[in-house]
Design a protein around this ligand. Structure first.
Ligand code: NDP
Length: 243
């Protein structure tokens, strides 16, 4: 595949970092968006040998995405690949969930997809080429205790992707969703060991996934080989839930 410019939100840590590095390895230039962790961002840039650049802005803020996108285009050129990966959790039982934890998860995990796609899709339509991958979750497919906010946002990404796929197909743009199961990152590293042990017992392959295993799926979906795959929801969860 010829060299393209890819934007990976949350691209400097965890699953997003693996995705950024996989796309760089495929020969693309990567703009990795982050919002808090400068150290991880600098480390990513340092290792990227000029093929990856970190951009700091809040993907839940539409105006910030407009400004950030303009900076990316000025710095790297027209964007052909977008991976909406940035996400947060604010877990808690619904009957005790503060309104703020609902809104922050919906804003960061779902509204960010609107924001980033809304600023990037017009350029992809002009190019008559685009690859969009939205990173949802197994818990958006099946629900999870303590994650009404997160499951709602992640399920929303699936419908969002299917509708945008229909509108974009004739312009050479594919839009797909990847639903990872439990993956070894800082997000799951913060979970209680007993909870993690009970989760692993429910995964038929007998282990958690690795960030690279999600990056490999994304690499394929953004390649020219995947032109006939759009509106798809791809589960990568070790057999834990077969949607
Ligand atoms: P991490 O917590 O390790 O990384 C999250 C990334 O998102 C960080 O780079 C962070 O930036 C960035 N980010 C968070 N909020 C914002 C924001 N407002 N604006 C810009 N960037 C932001 O997450 P994971 O790697 O574990 O998860 C990545 C995605 O995969 C998430 O969407 C998650 O929901 C999903 N997922 C994860 C699973 C898992 O088991 N880990 C399972 C299923 C889905 P910064 O570094 O600056 O903080």
């Amino acid at each position: 595949m010829s060299q393209k410019v890819a934007v990976v939100t949350g691209g400097t840590r965890g699953i997003g970092l693996s995705i950024s590095n996989a796309l760089i390895a495929e020969g693309h230039k990567v703009a990795a968006v982050y919002f808090g962790n400068n150290e991880a961002a600098m480390k990513f840039e340092g290792a990227a040998n000029g093929n990856g650049k970190a951009f700091k802005f809040d993907v839940s803020d539409y105006a910030a995405c407009e400004r950030g996108y303009a900076e990316i285009v000025e710095s790297l050129g027209d964007v052909s690949i977008l991976v909406n990966n940035a996400g947060i959790t604010r877990d808690g039982m619904f009957h005790k969930m503060p309104e703020e934890n609902w809104h922050s998860v919906i804003h960061t995990n779902l509204n960010s997809c609107f924001n980033m796609c809304r600023v990037i899709v017009p350029g992809m339509r002009d190019q008559k080429f685009g690859r969009i991958v939205n990173i949802s979750s197994i818990n958006g497919q099946k629900g999870q205790f303590g994650q009404v906010n997160y499951a709602a946002a992640k399920a929303g990404m699936i419908g969002f992707s299917k509708a945008l796929a229909l509108e974009s197909a004739a312009k050479g743009i594919t839009v797909n969703t990847v639903c990872p199961g439990y993956i070894e990152t800082e997000m799951t590293g913060h979970m209680n060991q007993d909870v993690l042990d009970s989760i692993v017992k429910q995964i038929p392959v007998g282990r958690m996934g690795k960030p690279q295993e999600i990056a490999d799926v994304v690499s394929f979906l953004v390649s020219e080989k995947a032109a006939f795959i759009t509106g798809a929801t791809l589960s990568a969860n070790g057999g834990q839930y077969m949607a």
